[in-house]
Design a protein around this ligand. Structure first.
Ligand code: CMC
Length: 391
């Protein structure tokens, strides 16, 4: 084992070279393909950002139009898939449903598995970008007891997603520009974040040349956990609990600092950002704007502001460089948009989809070897077998 360096959690180990996302945790910089996240969130839409991440350049009008129409041409999901969804109880966690449905899609699109030509890769990508939002909408609609619909090809990519999620059977769908813009922005902010846990999972699974859909289904499972994407649900649960407990933020600050208490302040801290999370800055502003334009007054926002204020001044948080991360405020917006708490991580997955796709494609195009870390063995030395009767 002399040559093996132990690095649990890969805190200091680079797993690949990548030209997709640049992140400087000390300075709080995040760029997709060289473009600042602040500018993209302000000026681009989610589909343009998806194209940028996956193919490396912002699309011109013609490229974007072709990309969108290729996606629209694939936006149906086999009717048989509804039977699979039907098999889940309504209480099933949406992340489990989504990862299962994403895996099940392979059975209905077997040609998506072999992506060895650029054309086959493109086709698999477009199919996933088309069908995944339908799965997300179905997951939500099943939960809410609404009929399972398909999209509307005359709409923009995100507007269509919004309609697929919220269209009521007995009511005309009316466009809500504030909600759609907020959703678009949130999806952009979540679209990629270099080699985080779920993205590393996608690349690791894909490194065995498993197909795109299977690799992304694994990424969804990785995102599920509360230390990663599941944090956005955990934040809301925490804010609600504090609010129900009389809004005593100081009490929860003390719990978070107590090393004998497993409670952590959800939505605080980040493996890489040690100064601030640039996404959190954008999202905080967006949350204020969305809530005021939708006329929502959410008492939870007061709790959130209180925690943030206290944490930014508290030596425990300051010394450990624990700042609010992207998920601290995203849940407040999702809630204002009428998305149930246990769908929050699904929304994160929807946003992260282009990033996962871009990383999978880059890994395959670079011809990276199969991922296979080593270990430092600390188990028993060689010992003789003991017969069952002698144990
Ligand atoms: N509340 C209280 N203490 C904390 C927190 C927190 N949220 N986060 C870290 N610490 C403490 C931790 O106890 C440790 O203290 P000590 O040095 O005394 O042992 C120190 O800060 C370093 O923490 P760590 O767990 O070693 O850091 P990490 O890089 O392994 O973990 C993290 C990063 C994000 C998992 C962690 O900060 C955390 O659990 N945060 C809460 C969950 C969360 O918000 N996750 C979302 C991350 S952003 C979205 C995404 O990319 O998925």
């Amino acid at each position: 084992t002399g040559l093996i360096t132990l690095d649990p959690g890969f805190k200091n180990t680079g797993s690949c070279e990548s030209a997709i996302t640049f992140l400087d945790g000390e300075k709080g910089i995040l760029r997709y393909r060289g473009y600042a996240i602040e500018e993209l969130a302000e000026k681009a839409d989610f589909l343009e950002v998806a194209y940028l991440l996956i193919f490396g350049e912002l699309p011109n009008a013609q490229q974007l139009e072709k990309f969108h129409s290729d996606i629209k041409a694939e936006s149906h999901v086999d009717e048989e898939m509804k039977k699979i969804l039907d098999g889940f109880p309504k209480s099933a966690h949406p992340m489990g449903v989504l990862s299962s449905l994403t895996s099940a899609l392979i059975a209905f699109n077997p040609s998506s598995v072999n992506v060895s030509s650029e054309q086959a890769m493109y086709h698999a990508i477009v199919r996933l970008l088309a069908k995944f939002p339908v799965l997300v909408a179905w997951t939500l609609r099943k939960k809410m007891g609404l009929p399972l619909d398909y999209g509307d090809d005359s709409l923009g990519y995100v507007e269509n997603i919004h309609k697929m999620m919220f269209k009521k059977p007995n009511r005309e769908y009316t466009k809500n520009p504030v909600a759609i813009e907020a959703l678009d922005k949130l999806l952009i902010l979540h679209a990629d974040h270099e080699q985080n846990c779920s993205t590393s999972t996608v690349r690791m699974v894909g490194s065995s040349h498993a197909g795109l859909f299977a690799s992304i289904s694994a990424g969804i499972s990785a995102l599920w956990g509360p230390l990663h994407g599941g944090a956005n649900m955990a934040v809301l649960d925490m804010l609600e609990a504090i609010s129900a407990d009389g809004g005593d933020t100081k009490k929860y600050m003390a719990k978070a600092k107590d090393k004998d208490d497993p409670f952590r302040l959800m939505g605080f801290g980040h493996r890489v950002y040690k100064n601030f999370d640039p996404r959190a800055k954008i999202i905080k502003k967006a949350a204020d704007e969305v809530l005021s334009s939708l006329g929502v007054e959410d008492p939870i926002l007061e709790v959130a502001r209180g925690l943030e204020r206290e944490a930014l001044e508290d030596p425990y948080f300051v010394e450990r460089k624990l700042y609010p991360n992207v998920d601290f405020y995203s849940g407040i917006i999702y809630r204002a948009l009428g998305i149930p708490v246990d769908m929050f991580t699904v929304m994160f997955a929807l946003g992260r989809l282009p990033g996962w796709i871009a990383q999978y494609r880059e890994m395959r195009l670079n011809g990276e070897p199969i991922g296979r870390p080593r270990q430092v063995y600390v188990g028993a030395n060689h010992r003789p077998f003991k017969a069952l009767s002698a144990r």
